[in-house]
Design a protein around this ligand. Structure first.
Ligand SMILES: *Cc1c(COP(=O)(O)O)cnc(C)c1O
Length: 413
């Protein structure tokens, strides 16, 4: 049957071009199968996946345990809406709270929705608990942030590609430089600030790491000024950086964490906001929701995805292999003028190419990597993000370093 149905890569790409939207620029590879760290194209060629769907498939493609739970739950009950209780939601909320150390959780679907939920929580908390005058609440964001694509969220974006011709924008955001504590201190002087909102490591921007201690100091400043520290761990959470949360490197607990992507292992869109009872209790019936948010299928999948993360010790693996990967790529950077350096934590890394943001050098390198069986995507013209599934073995990682080395050493602009 496969043979009759099969489509060539060319046909699949043409069909998307003809009927779809042009809002992504995919590498020209058409995938039809995945397993662990590998994906296959429709012609049967195998690739290492070094993007992991932007860190959504930390547990590896089509993890058999998550697949089984999904099939089982999908054959029992998939959606109730929150008009009724389900036997899965409370278990999922407890799992999130126990795993990440928070009192309460609210489930949504996409990362953007998780961030929207956090914004609404912070604003309402600001009015009802902090006493900010009506409609005056400010949320502080940082430059080069990425929190999703809704009209409210892009209102805080500093990337013209994300904002041009999408106005008018939502008021109530104020943007400061990232990794700049004096800017935080100054911004929090305003008594109308309800939240400070940032990614602990800026993933989409190109894997920018803050100085050690920055995040913890942000939390302390927020506490001092009665402001909620809202940490977007949609990409960095769930073991990606070698810790459960990237925030754990600074040993502090944010007031709010937003999770998404890998909390459901790539099977189903699930996002969540974790916070205290004091904050969560500002929501009353009817004030916020989502038809699919907290559905039984997503809940069951998410619980098993977190079980897999723990039981297969994926964050420990990410920590260990991340160190090896950066060590080897640092050595490679020293061997060629094409590269500047490598930076990251755990298995969220970026290779910096010695060219401008406007250049296409990183894209060309990614094409060569693709031909050699490794899929990665540039973020901006000179940064390549390397983020394989966390189930990768040391042997596989070494093979990938060889592919990267081979491409880089033979690359001609
Ligand atoms: C991907 C991402 C989002 C948005 O998630 P979607 O599921 O695409 O809406 C938000 N924040 C961060 C940090 C992300 O990496």
């Amino acid at each position: 049957m496969d043979k009759v149905m099969a489509m060539t890569s060319q046909e699949a790409m043409e069909m998307e071009k003809k009927y779809g939207a042009n809002n992504y620029a995919p590498l020209p590879v058409v995938l039809s199968k995945g397993e662990g760290v590998f994906v296959w194209d429709v012609e049967g060629k195998r690739y290492y996946d070094f993007l992991s769907a932007y860190s959504a498939v930390n547990q590896g493609h089509v993890h058999p345990r998550i697949l089984n739970v999904m099939i089982e739950q999908a054959s029992k009950l998939t959606l109730t809406s929150r008009a009724f209780y389900s036997d899965q939601l409370g278990i999922a909320e407890k799992k999130l709270c126990d795993t990440f150390g928070f009192e309460r959780a609210i489930l949504m679907n996409t990362g953007a929705e998780g961030n929207e939920t956090a914004i609404k929580l912070a604003r309402k908390w600001g009015y009802e608990k902090k006493g900010i005058p009506a409609n005056e609440a400010i949320i502080i964001g940082v430059e080069k942030n990425f929190h999703g694509r809704t009209t409210t969220i892009i209102s805080a974006s500093t990337d013209p590609v994300a904002t041009t011709n999408f106005g008018p924008f939502m008021p109530g955001f104020s943007i400061i430089p990232y990794n700049d504590l004096s800017a935080v201190e100054e911004a929090l002087q305003n008594p109308n600030v309800a939240g400070l909102w940032l990614e602990p490591i800026q993933g989409e921007a190109g894997v920018y790491l803050p100085d050690a201690g920055y995040l913890k100091a942000c939390q302390e400043l927020c506490k001092k000024h009665n402001v909620l520290f809202m940490v977007d761990e949609v990409q960095t959470g769930v073991g990606r950086t070698g810790k459960l949360l990237a925030s754990d490197y600074d040993e502090f607990k944010p007031d709010m964490v937003i999770l998404g992507k890998a909390i459901s292992g790539g099977f189903y869109p699930v996002s969540a906001v974790l916070t205290s009872s004091e904050v969560m209790d500002v929501f009353n019936p009817g004030e916020h929701g989502s038809t699919y948010g907290g559905n039984p299928l997503g809940c069951a999948v998410m619980v098993e995805a977190l079980n897999v993360l723990e039981e297969e010790q994926l964050m420990e693996n990410a920590f260990h292999l991340g160190n090896i990967f950066r060590e080897k790529l640092t050595a490679l950077c020293e061997k060629t003028d094409l590269l500047v350096n490598v930076r990251g934590k755990g298995l969220l890394n970026a290779l910096i190419v010695n060219d401008t943001e406007e250049s296409s050098t990183a894209t060309k390198i990614c094409y060569e990597l693709m031909h050699k069986g490794l899929l990665a995507k540039p973020t901006h013209g000179n940064i390549i993000r390397f983020a394989p599934p966390l189930v990768i073995s040391e042997e596989q990682l070494n093979e990938c370093v060889e592919i990267i080395t081979d491409v880089v050493m033979n690359f001609e602009k």
